[in-house]
Design a protein around this ligand. Structure first.
Ligand code: IGP
Length: 259
């Protein structure tokens, strides 16, 4: 799906008064043969897009739950190529697929080859947490030429000038990290988070999504209120692993206007 279609789909959701909900899943957790069905389930349950993680041996931004999912996936034999092949086999997903990967697998694959493979597999965008703004030109031009959205992340600790620069550059959406530290469920958020999100939304040319630490329907509601939507990773990964589909449905439902 093209970057323009991603923008149009997100706009559609927001125009009807819902918030965006983007679940993160680990590709190959449970075996790659399950991947397209997992995506289909999330699509039917009302997800706005999928953040699809590539398993990696050194996932520095990930907490325990996602680390374990990555280990399970690698043990099951998942490869980057295998993920692309699996996506190509699907009959086409209706919601955008955004790949989340560290930089190393991209370099290893070759940036140009990686971008080509993304396009062939129908991927709309990328999240690369260990690619600092200062280094991004190495890949951003190639991604742009392939019409792939490079989604930038901002942190609570980023100074205002840096947040503004990332807000300007980002494509698809802005990923507003809502905690300091790694991915994983949290009971509370800093009281600064509401103002941080509202401030990011001011003048943003794409939606602002809050992610990290969100694991309950109440948190989905509370954080979406100050953003355009949320990303939920660890809780979704755990629920998929446990076959707890109702948990996923109620998280997604909390992002809808009529909930
Ligand atoms: O797991 P959490 O706390 O719900 O956070 C979302 C997160 O999982 C997902 O967006 C993600 C998984 N790994 C990452 C690494 C960096 C940035 C983001 C991510």
């Amino acid at each position: 799906m093209s970057k323009q279609q991603l923008d149009a789909q997100f706009k559609n959701v927001l125009d009807r008064g819902d918030k965006l909900f983007v679940p993160y899943i680990m590709a190959g957790d449970g075996g790659l043969e399950k991947l397209n069905d997992q995506i289909k389930f999330l699509e039917t349950a009302g997800a706005s897009a999928i953040e699809l993680g590539l398993p990696f041996s050194d996932p520095v931004a990930d907490g325990e739950t996602i680390q374990q999912a990555g280990i399970r996936s690698l043990k099951a034999g998942t490869t980057v190529k295998g993920v692309f092949e699996t996506l190509k086999k699907s009959k086409g997903h209706k919601i955008p697929i955004i790949l989340m990967t560290y930089m190393n697998p991209v370099f290893h694959y070759g940036v140009e080859n990686f971008a080509d493979a993304c396009v062939e597999a129908g991927v709309s965008g990328l999240i690369v947490p260990d690619l600092p703004m200062e280094e991004e030109s190495m890949v951003s031009e190639i991604f742009k030429a392939h019409d792939l959205a490079l989604i930038r992340l901002v942190a609570l600790t980023s100074p205002k000038s840096r947040r503004e620069a990332l807000k300007k550059r980002t494509e698809g959406f802005l990923y507003a990290v809502t905690v300091t530290g790694t991915t994983g469920e949290r009971h509370t958020f800093t009281e600064r988070v509401d103002h941080y999100l509202e401030d990011l939304k001011q003048g943003a040319h794409v939606p602002v999504l809050a992610g990290f630490g969100i694991s309950t329907p109440d948190q989905v509601k509370a954080l979406s209120k100050h953003a355009d939507g949320v990303i939920v990773g660890s809780r979704i990964v755990k629920a998929l692993h446990d076959g707890d589909y109702q948990v996923i449905e109620s998280l997604i439902h909390a992002s809808k206007k009529n909930d």
